[in-house]
Design a protein around this ligand. Structure first.
Ligand SMILES: [Cu+2]
Length: 140
């Protein structure tokens, strides 16, 4: 019974999230990498620091005006995301739903691309979407 209620709750939240309109980001809001720099060579684990202007960071699930949380897109194209749905959590799209502004990342050696996506408390992209430039780094 508990499981059923939990499943129903999850479905309700999903339905609720799907029905929500995407909201506009803050005026002149911007997300960017503080670290690493594009073109950098790093060793795993390395620190990724997220930068944000014009909005604030809040944990997922908590609705505050003009806030959201960071997501990190790894070796993927922003254009492949379905922006009308909550962003999925995968090994190529990490959520920082506790409001983290940095993370330690381990990636296999080679070239990788990283891009920050900022989304609202329901993991939905803003409209227009708020994302960083895609950077390429080399992991040694
Ligand atoms: Cu999220």
């Amino acid at each position: 019974m508990k499981r059923l209620l939990f499943a129903l709750g999850v479905m309700l939240i999903a339905a609720f999230a799907a029905a929500q309109e995407r909201t506009a980001p803050g005026a002149n809001a911007e997300v960017y990498f503080i670290a690493p720099n594009g073109g950098a060579t790093v060793h795993s684990p390395f620190t990724v620091r997220f930068g944000l202007k014009g909005m604030g960071v809040a944990p997922a699930g908590v609705k505050f005006d003009n806030t959201g949380h960071f997501h990190l897109l790894i070796d993927s194209d922003f254009d492949s995301l379905k922006l009308d749905e909550p962003l999925p959590a995968t090994d190529k799209l990490l959520h920082f739903g506790k409001g983290q502004t940095e993370t330690n990342l381990t990636l296999p050696p080679g070239k990788h691309t990283l891009e920050i996506v900022f989304a609202d408390y329901l993991h939905k992209s803003f409209d227009p979407p708020l994302h960083s430039k895609k950077i390429t780094i080399t992991v040694e």
